[in-house]
Design a protein around this ligand. Structure first.
Ligand SMILES: Cc1ncc(COP(=O)(O)O)c(C=O)c1O
Length: 480
């Protein structure tokens, strides 16, 4: 339909109004691309300049964003009326970690394929390039059969380490492939780092909340956790960390720098630089986990702390588990000055990382296609996070607070005090739904009324699951 200037406003305002209505009606959802400038100009029979003005207006209103060489996308919309979850307070003394019983119990349910999967933080398997990866792997097994079944001793498969070093440039880190050691997933990388810098009884400063796998590693090593308040968007509270390390000797600090699991926080780059320099001044190693750093919803990938490391004190851990293939079990650590020690620890603990998956990943990364895969994944996750966010604020009891992640695919939800997340967990299980109770994410069991939900998928079934969870949460509040 052609538009004309009329009382309804200038042409560009009419075009902007049209798009706004489409976004409100959810014809275009958060994370989705809207028509290109040329398409819109042809559709509305207005000039390209008019559409550019309209899109400029929508951008200034925060409704859409331009992504270079890609087009215009609907931005994720979080409600300013719904607060983010509280930032935890500093605990007094370091705590011995003991969460394994609860984790083991919950883990079995989280991976039960018959339940609605809101619990485990696994990526959306429909988005993973499984066919391509497996084709490459099968072809390599045939073509390089002897090489692929040999040990590939630490530091690991060189062509893959080169690809990882190249990928790190996007996070502003210049890493020599020889500094990298491949591991069985990110969790082995974390485990090796903790073993390299700590011994049983030592204290590690960690974000609160943090991923339970980290707590389990610490528990198995007999380490104590000093939980530092962590803001839902800006990450670890640096002043409090510095105050805490003055009072309590810590052997290391460990952060999930980009899109913390479960909180979604991402330490701003300037703050990362400050953190690295303060810790370097105290000679405290920083173990950095960046497993979700590539799942950013905006155009630019956040940096890693490692980018600011001048003393080799940052040990950067990551893997392909959130982006490509959790089951291949390939991760890595860029270990700075701890490289020789970690290489030795890797050698003594598991001898080598599986060869064939490393070869397949190296070839996949060399073959191109990774970036377009990631562009798609980011768009879908941005969209799914928005959808789940909206469903939670619509269906959960009043007073519920929800994180607003700018990347990744999990939501951290603080419900009214009356709700015990473990009771909610058990009732949800009976209704065929899994979730992760807040207790898992702290050594001090402080997140009683919190849960983590996985938003990597958004289907009718998942939506019904969230609505059902909201109803159960209401019954728990009303029971009081
Ligand atoms: C922060 C964080 N670190 C490590 C892991 C484990 O990664 P991997 O499967 O590569 O061992 C996860 C998985 O959820 C995670 O969220």
């Amino acid at each position: 339909m052609a538009l004309k200037e009329n009382k309804g406003g200038r042409l560009y305002e009419q075009v902007a109004g049209h798009i706004t209505r489409m976004i409100e009606a959810r014809t275009y959802r958060p994370g989705e691309r809207i028509p290109s400038v040329r398409e819109m100009s042809a559709q509305k029979r207005v000039s390209v300049t008019t559409v550019l003005q309209a899109y400029g207006l929508l951008e200034s209103q925060g409704l859409i964003e331009a992504r270079p060489q890609s087009g215009y996308y609907v931005r994720s919309r979080f409600s300013s009326a719904v607060p983010v979850p509280d930032t935890s307070s500093l605990q007094g003394d370091p705590t011995k970690v003991s969460i394994h019983e609860l984790t083991l119990m919950v883990m079995k349910d989280l991976f039960n394929p018959n339940l609605i999967p809101l619990g485990a933080a696994t990526p959306n398997s429909h988005l993973l390039p499984a066919d391509k990866l497996n084709r490459i792997l099968a072809a390599l097994a045939r073509k390089k059969s002897l090489e692929s079944i040999k040990y590939d001793i630490p530091p690991g498969y060189k062509p893959l380490r080169i690809q990882i070093a190249q990928k790190s440039l996007k996070a502003n880190a210049v890493i020599n492939p020889d500094e990298i050691i491949t591991t069985a997933g990110c969790i082995e990388a974390i485990d090796l780092c903790l073993r390299a810098v700590c011994k049983s009884g030592d204290t590690v400063a960690i974000e609160s909340p943090t991923y339970f796998g980290i707590l389990q590693s610490m528990e198995s090593m007999g380490l104590k956790a000093l939980e530092i308040p962590t803001h839902p968007s800006e990450g670890i509270h640096i002043d409090t960390l510095m105050f805490a390390v003055e009072q309590t000797p810590v052997k290391a600090c460990l952060v999930i720098s980009n899109y913390n699991n479960p909180l979604g926080s991402c330490i701003p780059d300037e703050k990362k630089k400050h953190l690295v320099s303060l810790l370097a001044g105290l000679d405290i190693p920083l173990i950095e986990v960046d497993i979700s750093g590539e799942l950013h919803f905006s155009d630019t990938r956040p940096s890693v702390c490692k980018a600011y490391d001048k003393k080799g004190l940052v040990l950067l851990c990551s893997s392909f588990s959130k982006t490509l293939c959790p089951g291949y079990r390939v991760g890595w650590v860029a270990a700075g000055r701890y490289q020789p020690k970690i290489e030795w620890l890797k050698f003594t603990s598991s001898l080598a990382t599986a060869t064939l998956p490393q070869m397949a990943l190296a070839e996949y990364l060399q073959s191109g296609g990774y970036e377009s895969h990631m562009r798609k994944v980011r768009r879908v996750y941005a969209c799914n996070i928005s959808n789940m966010y909206e469903a939670v604020i619509r269906h959960f009891p009043e007073g519920t607070r929800v994180s607003r992640p700018a990347g990744g695919f999990v939501l951290w939800i603080q419900m009214p005090e009356a709700i015990d997340s473990l009771i909610l967990y058990k009732l949800a299980l009976q209704a065929g739904i899994t979730l992760s109770p807040g207790y898992l994410f702290s050594a001090t069991r402080r997140y009683k009324n919190y849960i983590r939900l996985n938003a990597s998928r958004w289907t009718d079934e998942i939506q019904q699951g969230v609505i059902r969870l909201g109803k159960i949460a209401h019954t728990l509040v009303n029971a009081l």
